[in-house]
Design a protein around this ligand. Structure first.
Ligand SMILES: [Zn+2]
Length: 366
């Protein structure tokens, strides 16, 4: 197995941000920051979305990579952005395409160790048209009270588990997963809550894309996440329309067998609403947009379900939990979305570099 020492990963948002900015400067990239208006990091640091651009800014082909959409899932994406900046970039490739790296799209969640924004919004469900009637998810109602049960009360916890099993028996695994993960716009205290208006992060992404790639005609987008797939392996979720050239290109870069038959956690794909990818397409109306989300697998399906709920407990029940329990919960959640193991990190870096190269080279020939 490929193995080399690297410090591309970081142990906190603050270190990740510093590393990204230093790597961007060293690569001669243009660097910009968007400061979060009303948030501070867990250590009192500034919260910013940092953006760097390299390659050919005038090219009609632009490669976009985003880390930290789900806050604390941002460590892997950040490490890959740093590794990309530190790698020996092919000058011929960079004449042909532009590259825009967006670091820490949800800096509050990244710094504070949660997946959502500080207001509890799942950023990857926020990119709907908020002027229209919000998408409905009627089945979410059936699972909400079970998902938000207070983990510190064993009786309530047991009732919630039994409730979820009953819904599972009735609906089946695919429909239950769709109800939970599709996105919902009715329960601010629930999971995958998309909010009632565009968040600051959503508005900032529009400004970034219009400024840096508003002229683009062909865009390859990768939004890095963690938690779905096999341990240390990439899991691909392409979002371009069925039958489109953009989807065919994505399949060519990432492998048809991975892209066209992808089943998150072995289940049918939920009818996701309000994805960052939808935002990218809306903000760049002139462009064909290929790519989508790439997840890095960690502990598998069951642990992934638990992580979503742990994230919620940390936001809602932290004050009631004993300090010792809280510390363990935080460490467990962090390790379930950002494994500390060097084996995992080495695998993410070696496979991730291959994926980034395949995407950039594919884009330059598209
Ligand atoms: Zn995610």
């Amino acid at each position: 197995m490929f193995f080399r020492y690297t410090d591309d990963f970081s142990s906190s948002y603050r270190f990740a941000r510093e590393k990204f900015r230093a790597a961007a400067r060293a690569a001669g990239a243009e660097l910009a920051s968007h400061v979060h208006p009303d948030g501070q990091g867990i250590d009192g640091e500034d919260l910013t979305i940092d953006v760097c651009r390299l390659g050919n800014p005038r090219s009609s082909r632009q490669f976009l990579m985003i880390s930290g959409t789900h806050g604390m899932e941002g460590y892997a994406g950040s490490a890959l952005q740093v590794a990309w900046l530190r790698s020996r970039l092919d000058p011929a490739l960079l004449t042909n395409i532009g590259v825009v790296l967006v670091h820490g799209l949800n800096p509050y969640g990244f710094s504070h160790g949660i997946r959502t924004t500080g207001a509890g919004v799942d950023l990857n469900r926020n990119f709907i048209d908020h002027d229209a009637v919000a998408p409905t998810n009627l089945r979410y109602e059936e699972v909400h009270s079970h998902l938000v049960a207070d983990v510190s009360d064993p009786n309530e916890w047991q009732r919630a588990e039994q409730g979820l099993v009953a819904v599972l028996d009735r609906l089946g695994e695919d429909a239950l997963f769709d109800a939970v993960a599709r996105g919902q716009y009715t329960h601010p205290d629930g999971v995958f809550y998309g909010g009632t208006q565009r968040t600051w992060e959503n508005l900032a992404l529009e400004r970034i894309l219009v400024e840096f790639m508003g002229h683009a005609e062909k865009v390859a987008a990768i939004d890095w996440h963690t938690g779905i797939g096999s341990y240390g392996k990439p899991f691909f979720l392409a979002f371009s329309e069925q039958g489109s050239q953009a989807l065919r290109e994505t399949a060519r870069w990432w492998g048809e067998e991975h892209v066209l038959a992808a089943q998150p956690h072995g289940r049918s794909r939920p009818r996701y609403q309000g994805l960052v990818f939808d935002g990218v397409r809306t903000f760049l109306p002139r462009a064909e947009v290929a790519g989508g989300v790439i997840e890095w697998g960690t502990r598998g399906a069951e642990a992934g379900d638990i992580a979503i709920r742990q994230d919620l407990w940390l936001r809602q029940h932290a004050a009631r939990l004993p300090a010792d329990t809280l510390t363990q919960l935080r460490a467990d959640l962090l390790d379930s979305l950002n494994p500390v193991s060097y084996l995992w990190r080495t695998s993410v870096l070696s496979e991730g570099i291959r994926v980034m190269e395949a995407t950039a080279n594919g884009l330059s020939r598209w």
